[in-house]
Design a protein around this ligand. Sequence first.
Ligand SMILES: Nc1ncnc2c1ncn2[C@@H]1O[C@H](COP(=O)(O)OP(=O)(O)O)[C@@H](O)[C@H]1O
Ligand SMILES: [Mg+2]
Length: 359
Amino acid sequence: MGMFKDMLGSGESIFRDTTALDFDYIPKLVPYREAQQKQISLCIKPLVDKRNGRNMFIYGPPGVGKSVVCRHLLKSLEDEEIDDVIPIYINCWKKNTFFKIMLEMCDILGYKFTHNKKSEELFGIVKDMLNKRSVVFVLDEVDKLEEQDFLYNVLEEIYRKTVIMITNHKEWIVELDQRIKSRLTAELLEFHPYTKEETTGILKDRLKYAFVPGTWEDDAFRSAADKTFQLGDVRAGLHLIKESGNIAEDGSSKKVTVEHVKKAIEKFDEFNIKDKEELEDDTKFMLEVIKRHSGKRIGDIYKEYQKDGGKAVYKTFQRKVDSLAKSKFIAVKKITGGSEGSTTIIMHTGAVKKLTDFE
Ligand SMILES: Nc1ncnc2c1ncn2[C@@H]1O[C@H](COP(=O)(O)OP(=O)(O)O)[C@@H](O)[C@H]1O
Ligand SMILES: [Mg+2]
């Protein structure tokens, strides 16, 4: 036997198909979300009948199936060859400017001559293509858009459409630019975390595809499912399951045991805490101040921060508040129209950063 085989052992892998654990894998069915799928389909239905569609705003915490439900639906539109309706999925975290979105859309629509063209020009071309038919836009992580021109243009110039916007932050809709808000009527659809039974069911299903049957001990699976339910995030759960499998395989074990899962959980928790330690010093200091004054207005917290020796100007402070909120260290709540006008309330969440923010 060669050195590698010697070191690694010659056993077969416990994994059958790891793609089933990938975050962007689209399962054949999306159980427990039938009602939501139905509601979204109803927004799209008018398009099939050559009328204008309805818009929708989907919100809820990370890892509860918002993206997968929408992507599954777009895929069905494609598979069922509903030719008159063009499905367009855009992840606004990755494509966060008008120009990047236009390039992506040209790519989806197969238009190649994008060189030296500006956003507006590309939009003109795309618009002509889209207005011959109807369109379903899914704008995922829509709050990550740096500019709202794209939304404005779509609402103004695409005739038959359904715009589905997904976000983890419901507040975003309140902050939308007025010229967009006045053009946008959207139904709201909230996604709640899965129950314990649902979480277990989803993971069990994925496990079936990803691993050779019988490789997971019952209590190992149960502890992974419990942790996932506790986190309320299926994405984190899939990560845990993959990691547990890797740990088992690294130890040349033919079974995934409770011990492997325990190690994977430790690694997961440790990773999340370490991340907090790596925060910039001033940001860490800010976080301490926020913790002491949790629930107060941003302006007042800034004053406390200065009093304690903080040096950042208000704009920088605000920017850091945004990024702390995005990473879930704090929660912010916008209040509009109070006696002192609009303001932001900041709350320390006590949470350590979630893995899901790294994708
Ligand atoms: N009902 C479900 N059935 C199967 N897989 C699911 C289900 N809900 C979520 N998932 C899986 O969990 C992960 C996170 O779901 P996702 O839709 O990306 O969450 P969100 O967009 O709400 O953050 C994805 O890998 C997804 O495939
Ligand atoms: Mg998502």
